[in-house]
Design a protein around this ligand. Structure first.
Ligand SMILES: [Zn+2]
Ligand SMILES: [Zn+2]
Length: 658
């Protein structure tokens, strides 16, 4: 009896939940069992489980004490399992419809999944084939096939895929370490895979395959082009309907489309791919954003500097950027002088380090905050280019703060203040942040002393806490040279965009041998902070366009007011209105075309001009303007001076620094 009791004790393991509560379960308990022990409704929704921060299938037995988190569809881990399982389901459908298909990789992505495939027997898959594949997926999903995980020796896995003749998988297997490899099967399909997967195919209720694209195997232009099929799935049809509706809206908000309509920017193949040309209205918009930032930065004690677009190769050898960008980016520029080489500037930081070095610095001089709207150039493959969000030349709203280690936290807090202020002014109310720290297990791969790292990590954590911003901490995500804090904003359609970043750096001060004289009269190394609230002007303008659908806040709008005379009789007074407003610093246009007023109003609304002034007989007689607001219609009549005053006060309110 006692022996049996002891044996039973041995079989219990401790499971720690996210709220730090601990429960005992039998050894071999699965995520699903744990969910069931909590509630049936949770068990119905649970899709995956993190076991000591590794995502597992909910059907996989847990044999040791562990910390767990259960994931439903609303977690990113839950979506990952759902969409990756859907990729396998699509592969099963493809194998059924196109026998002999070979498979590359099929990951879950931010929205849905894709699979890169080489269709069997020379078949070609186009968008027109997607409904048929979708139907097959629906049929297979309804079979409720379980996703079975199996561990097999590398040799046996190789034999299996050799039999299938799948050279892509064989190449992937060759790169894996020796030992056992996990395979997943559902229905008639088996894949080399780390998982995680759903227990079975039945939760995949709503399926939409979105489009087909070409993708080089392993991203290498010299290798075979495979067919990439994108899709998305949901546990409910209504969720898919909402998503497709959002996609429609996103199309209407595409910054490339609106940028063209509003004449903000353009691209020219003659100038070169990924090199945006800012048109007058776009340039003015960007200038206003920069002026706004300059004002904020001045208030926070930044000094503006300017540095050239190219730099000597040695500068980037010192900074380490030559090693990183030299081979894979723009090639060096050679001068008539033998052996002299320059690089297009990939980063502003090395230049700023040289500015720091122009004179001796004391502990009393720090922090030094150097800001520059610095244009940098990085090569991107032409397939990666996308409007203003992925370009080959862009201007960072860059700044570098050189400070003492004991000033880090305060400086971090100040940068957070700037970023929060910008988000508030530009109406990005919904944002999340991520702190990226060192890998706890492997501290060797980071430069800088243990003490400094701990100080910096603590400073970031405390700074975010004191500023009351919600944040998640990711271990092992820090760069080798320092921890960082990233800001992601949610736009009006609920899409996430990575914008601002604050990054601590111990590396460049070392490489450039930056120093200051401390209060102890000894030489010390400053810490460097890189920060860019917008990221880049290009990317930020793109996000702003998609967030506002081109309806910029009044202070930013390229044109703020348009004067619309009802007929030619009122042109003289309308001109007077135009001049008065322009002289009052209000960006005003006039539409004197011989068109019906209804048409003029409609077209001005399409141009997203915030205020329309209708001028007719009454207005001329009374020295007034009839005001219409974009999207809100008639606002009544105002005296001209009163209107100008109102607009200027609005602008002031919108950009007030508090
Ligand atoms: Zn898989
Ligand atoms: Zn930098």
């Amino acid at each position: 009896m006692l022996a049996r009791f002891k044996q039973k004790l041995k079989l219990m393991i401790k499971i720690t939940f996210p709220d730090n509560s601990v429960k005992e379960y039998q050894e071999g308990v699965t995520g699903m069992d744990i969910a069931k022990s909590i509630s049936n409704s949770l068990a119905k929704e649970v899709l995956a489980v993190s076991v000591n921060e590794e995502i597992w299938d909910v059907s996989r037995p847990i044999s040791k004490d562990a910390s767990i988190r259960l994931h439903k569809f609303d977690d990113k881990e839950g979506k990952l399992a759902f969409w990756h399982s859907s990729a396998h389901l699509m592969a099963e459908a493809l194998e059924a419809l196109y026998p002999g298909t070979k498979f590359g990789i099929g990951p879950a992505i931010e929205n849905g999944f894709y699979y890169d495939v080489d269709p069997g027997n020379g078949a070609i898959i186009t968008d027109a084939d997607l409904p048929r594949i979708e139907d097959k997926m629906k049929e297979l999903a309804s079979h409720k096939s379980t996703y079975n995980r199996k561990l097999i020796s590398k040799e046996d896995v190789k034999k299996l895929f050799k039999r299938k003749g799948d050279e892509y998988k064989l190449e992937l297997i060759d790169e894996l370490e020796d030992g056992t490899i996990s395979l997943y099967s559902q229905g008639n399909f088996t894949d080399l895979c780390r998982g995680p997967h759903l227990p079975d195919t039945s939760p995949i209720k709503a399926i939409k395959l979105l489009h087909v694209a070409g993708a080089y195997w392993r991203g290498d232009e010299n290798r075979k082009q495979l067919t990439r099929i994108y899709g998305i799935t949901f546990p409910k049809q209504s969720m898919l309907d909402d998503y497709l509706e959002m996609l429609e809206q996103a199309k209407a908000r595409d910054h490339r489309k609106i940028g063209k309509e509003l004449e903000l920017f353009t691209f020219s193949q003659t100038v070169g791919s990924g090199l945006p040309l800012w048109l007058p209205k776009g340039a003015a918009l960007r200038e206003r954003l920069q002026d706004f930032l300059k004002k904020v930065q001045k208030r926070y004690g930044y000094d503006l500097v300017m540095t050239p677009h190219i730099g000597h190769k040695d500068l980037y050898v010192t900074s380490g950027h030559y090693e990183k960008y030299g081979k894979d980016s723009y090639q060096p520029i050679h001068t008539p002088q033998e052996g002299e080489e320059y690089l297009l500037k990939p980063m502003n930081c090395p230049h700023h380090c040289e500015i720091y070095k122009t004179k001796p610095r004391s502990y009393r001089d720090l922090p030094i905050r150097m800001a520059e709207f610095g244009t940098v150039y990085r090569y991107e493959q032409s397939g990666e280019l996308h409007g203003l969000t992925r370009v080959r030349g862009f201007t960072q709203d860059d700044a570098h703060i050189f400070c003492r280690p004991d000033q880090l936290k305060d400086e971090f807090k100040k940068v957070i203040d700037i970023i929060l202020y910008i988000f508030k002014i530009l109406d990005f109310e919904d944002f999340t942040t991520q702190i990226s720290l060192r890998d706890k297990e492997d501290k060797e791969k980071y430069i800088g002393t243990d003490e400094n790292w701990e100080k910096a990590e603590q400073a970031i954590i405390e700074a975010t806490e004191e500023k009351g911003i919600k944040t998640i901490i990711e271990y092992g995500e820090a760069a080798f040279y320092g921890p960082k804090l990233d800001f992601m904003v949610k736009d009006a359609l609920g899409r996430n965009w990575q914008l601002g970043t604050i990054q601590v750096d111990y590396n460049l001060p070392d490489r450039f041998e930056l120093e200051y004289i401390g209060s102890d009269d000894h030489k010390h190394r400053p810490v460097m902070i890189h920060r860019a609230p917008f990221g880049s002007m290009e990317r930020f303008v793109a996000v702003l366009i998609e967030h506002t659908a081109g309806k910029f806040p009044l202070w930013l709008s390229p044109d703020q007011v348009i004067v619309l005379p009802i007929s030619e009789k009122f042109h003289d007074y309308s001109e007077k209105v135009l001049n008065f407003l322009n002289n009052s610093d209000i960006r005003t246009l006039i539409d004197k075309r011989n068109e019906k007023i209804g048409k003029k109003i409609r077209e001005s609304e399409l141009k997203r001009i915030p205020y329309l002034l209708i001028i007719g007989e009454k207005e001329v007689a009374n020295g007034t303007v009839a005001v219409r607001k974009q999207g809100e219609g008639d606002q009544g009549t105002m005296k001209l001076e009163e209107f100008a005053d109102f607009i200027n006060k609005e602008v002031e309110k919108q950009t007030a620094i508090n």
